[in-house]
Design a protein around this ligand. Sequence first.
Ligand code: GLA
Length: 693
Amino acid sequence: MSIAVNTKKDVFLLSTKSTSYAFGVDDRGLIRHLYWGKKLDFVEELELPQLTEVSTNDPVFEVTKEEFPVHGGLRYKDHCLKVTFADGTRELVYQYCGYDLEEGEGLEELTVHLRDEHYEFFMDLHYKLYPEYDLMERSVVVSNQTAEPIQVEKLHSAQFHIPYENLNFSNVHGHWGAEQQRFTQKLSYGKVVIENRRGISSHNHNPYFILDRDATETSGDVYFGALKLTGNFSGVVEQTPYGETLVQMGINSHDCLIELKPGESFEAPGIICGYSASGFETMSHNLHRFARERIMRGGLRPVLYNSWEATEFHVNSRDQIKLAQKASELGAELFVLDDGWFGERHSTQNGLGDWYVNEGKFPNGLEELIGEVKNLGMMFGIWVEPEMVNPKAQLYQDHPDWIYHYETRVSDTSRVQYVLNVTKPEVRDFIYDMLDNLLTRYDIDYIKWDANRPISQTGPQRDIWYKHIQTVYDIVRELKKKHPQVLFEACASGGGRIDYGILGIFDDFWTSDNTDAYDRLYIQDSYSRIYPIKAMRAWVTDCPNFLSGRVIPLSFRYHSAMLGSLGVGCNILKFTPEEVELSQRMISLYKEIRPVIQEGDFYRLENTSANRYFLYEYLKEGQGVVFAFLPQSQVGHRSTTLRLRGLEEGANYTLHTSNGDITKSGAYLMYHGLEVKLTGDYASAIVRFEKNQ
Ligand code: GLA
């Protein structure tokens, strides 16, 4: 058992393979944080220090390291929970009333029970431990057992105490076409807030925190946590005047009110969190392995072809069949028909909501295309945007009240579309039935589920921001029960829905509409810190790139996309014989190295050169792949030293370079390294290696 309890002192020590987390209950019944860091062995050693106030102006609650601070009393820092009782009382006073321990497969769970001193209002703090991944998941369940409704005005899933000041805080900023732009800032006194208020979570910030003490990839303390929520989240990081740094994360309280009727409970989204004493790489490895083995559907992801950038809305059976034939010739395993196949969908102006096959474009139905795709031995995928409707669509004409709206206001359109109130049972059923019919009628293996605008005019119900995405999750979960073989891709105008809430319910992320192979190196590098490689969809697309205007050699474009789950989005009918041959070679190579890429450990290798090399390594059971990119040479004569990681020092490895094989020991390759020099702009290389028997 990895959870040790000192019942005399009410102290809990939660340990994973190499980390520990501790808290205890004091004589007033406060749940107080004690420790988070390297592993401790003895719960008996932990003491709850006596609390003394700093001054009458700095009450004792301000220095109390509470696990789950609530609103009330002399507490002035951010709280995790604020409720209003039916009589207008807005203060919570909790009492500790015991704990439960549960053990499951590779999981142990501690639940700490709290209740309000006066009202029948309960708070259960959950700590799920995943010892072999060095991870823990925290969440809270609140429950109203009074006879009146209770309004939950704020609910953050957990608070974390980091016992240091001047930490580095990292997250990403960005927008459509520029998701996952990493930033790191030195914290000082005051707060940093990251959040989303749009209902679509992750174009701008992403729901996670990384706090480090000048860590590198391989050294230093890193504290991290990722929230399981796709939608309006907020995260607050505060360096307090009392010598510590606090982090909270959870549902954004902006415009949100959750009402708990008598007898109702509510579970806040979990935060998967951990501590690494050896830098960012350990953090990524633990999260990646956990995601692959405990969250995601197993199996390798197919190489896909998607026609969006080639044809946009101008799809038809004849041309799509030609593309499918070519895609199959190149080696693609999955053909995805994107936007434009349904209703009067010829541009963004119309069609969304009218999910019948457009006869003009597909006179013989979708069967013709799907039949051909299947004959070619490929899987078939299709694009949908089920949460949306165009004002001109028949669905909107028939059900104008299905969209989010206020009776006295005009709802905004964005990309010429409204958002459907999916939380209405009839809308939810419509979406489920539409997709169920599609999946039942046609032989479909893959759904690309898109959502191309933020939500607005959410109507009188203030829990919509949360319920909307929960309904989306529910629909997909339900569909998967009936159609278990279908893979779902989470797309929201590119990378708008990348988080641990949606991962596992959906199988792939569309990482970004920005398919420029150079921009993607930055996007993918940041993505890889928290999210698994297997879910990272990356396509090779045409040049000049539609967004950047850049022209990049096809081999570099392939290499960049091969860093994740490979796809092709070019107008392949225009490929020259050389491009066809190169594509065939790259796709076939990708299939060979795919288990290592999608299921291996991923290393962001150090670049030692004045030239900006991007160096990545993948390693799985003695099989390895290294990618090197030099987008632009700035200091002509400078090479870089490639130092591999994760090898066995005493074992020998053979690298298959373009200049012949090199065999060296793991120690040599990791510490001495090999000189690598790429020349010219947009130079790139892949080197495979393996451990010698
Ligand atoms: C979004 C997606 C694209 C494509 C278009 C179709 O922008 O991110 O990949 O599917 O919608 O309209």
